[in-house]
Write a protein that binds this ligand. Structure first.
Ligand SMILES: Cc1cc2nc3c(=O)[nH]c(=O)nc-3n(C[C@H](O)[C@H](O)[C@H](O)COP(=O)(O)OP(=O)(O)OC[C@H]3O[C@@H](n4cnc5c(N)ncnc54)[C@H](O)[C@@H]3O)c2cc1C
Length: 377
């Protein structure tokens, strides 16, 4: 039986026929955008996320690629993610907006604390099995499960892993109020800055406060310090094994001596306001060390299963393109399933998605590789 559905989520009223169902693995930026895009295109969507529902933090991201969005869905997602105004945003602010949209969309079921262990498919459907033995079926299954994707292992068994690029990025976001008034940037200071250090460099950005205020004292300073001297530490702590990044270095696991050395290096390298922002992050242990990995895809699809976001293409953050590429994946996928996904139409739709996205996905990663080859160790 065919059903019709009136969707009133996101103040974006539309009536669409329910065309089928999708399971999305991962509810970070890419998974949420994909879920929202597929719901708009007429699918019932279940998003499965291994993490709990507690808010998480991350880096500052550029949400405005300068590219003209081709589809209504791409425009919609960009407006939603950016809040309609910002060109740079805190990961947590973007995630909160997308998450609120997904949670209020009656066609989306969002499950936290749900770790997918196995992915399977046959000629009729694809499904995910969790570590608790629950099974979630869909006409299609989309892997938005990041740099260590298990869905990628099925889609590209010949090339399952992203490769460590030989450096990490320390990232944090600091409230302007947490640094001395005399060092706070003026209202017309550049929003982005990229000073060279001694063999390494920093990306500093000034973004609105969590409440959206851009008044002096209310803003936040995001910093990302590219550092190629911590590889032994990363291997010793198990963050990198062989060529594969296992996990990020969380503040509580950073050795005291590393923090002392980092503070000394920062004092030698960086000018204000970034020096105070970094020292505050170190003193309050509010920073994350992210080992950088890269992945150039050979394919994005196998049967009823596809990969999007960092699972599909993992460029160095220096390209500032991962978020934008994830948004284009989501909107392209939605466009491709418009004609329906019942029976063999599912595999045809996903192959069309691959043909539209693969070249760009490869290019964005390759564009950052010459930097990684010269900077990484
Ligand atoms: C320091 C840094 C700075 C960046 N700056 C920029 C920038 O300026 N501009 C830009 O465009 N991009 C930037 N990026 C990249 C951007 O953040 C990502 O490309 C984008 O957020 C998409 O990530 P994702 O959702 O695909 O993956 P992730 O954020 O890795 O999400 C994967 C999700 O899947 C979940 N998951 C994994 N395995 C399972 C499982 N088995 N079962 C269930 N759930 C699972 C994880 O818990 C996670 O929530 C930056 C990245 C970093 C690290």
């Amino acid at each position: 039986m065919r059903t019709h559905f009136r969707c009133e989520s996101n103040n974006d009223n539309f009536i669409k026929e329910v065309k089928g169902s999708a399971v999305v693995v991962g509810a970070s930026l890419s998974g949420l955008m994909t879920g929202i895009a597929l719901s708009r295109a007429g699918l019932d969507v279940t998003i499965l996320e291994r993490a709990g529902s507690k808010p998480r933090s991350g880096a500052v991201l550029q949400v405005d690629s300068g590219e003209i969005d081709r589809t209504q869905t791409a425009k919609f997602l960009r407006k939603l993610a950016s809040g309609g105004i910002s060109s740079a945003e805190a990961w947590s602010s973007i995630q909160l907006r997308l998450r609120t949209a997904a949670e209020t969309d009656p066609r989306i079921t969002l499950r936290y604390d749900t770790r997918v262990q196995t992915i399977k498919q046959d000629s009729d459907s694809a499904w995910a099995v969790t570590d608790k033995g629950e099974i979630f079926h869909g006409d299609i299954l989309i892997g938005a499960d990041g740099h260590r994707s298990i869905v990628r292992r099925l889609v590209a068994p010949h090339k399952p892993n992203a490769t460590f690029a030989g450096y990490l990025i320390w990232v944090a976001i600091v409230g302007e109020k947490d640094i001395p008034e005399k060092h706070r940037p003026s209202l017309n200071a550049p929003k982005f800055t990229m000073p060279d250090g001694i063999g390494d460099f920093l990306l500093g950005s000034i973004i609105a406060g969590a409440d959206g205020s851009t008044a002096l004292g209310d803003r936040r300073l995001g910093w990302a310090w590219y550092d190629n001297t911590q590889n032994d530490l990363l291997r010793r702590l198990g963050c990198v094994e062989g060529d594969v990044v296992q996990y990020s270095l969380h503040a509580q696991d950073i050795p005291e001596q590393t923090l002392i050395e980092l503070a000394e290096k920062a004092s030698d390298r960086w000018a204000q306001p970034w020096l105070d922002a970094i020292l505050h992050s170190i003193q309050s242990r509010n920073l994350l060390g992210t080992p950088i990995a890269e992945y150039v895809p050979d394919n994005l699809v196998k049967g009823r299963i596809a990969i999007v976001g960092d699972a599909a293409h993992l460029p160095t953050p220096l390209t500032a393109s991962g978020f934008n590429a994830s948004l284009q994946d989501a909107s392209t996928l939605a466009e491709c399933i418009e004609k329906g996904i019942k029976g063999s139409a599912a595999t045809e739709a996903l192959l069309e998605y691959e043909s539209l996205r693969l070249k760009n996905a490869r290019q964005i990663v390759q564009s950052g590789q010459s930097f990684s080859r010269s900077f990484g160790r």
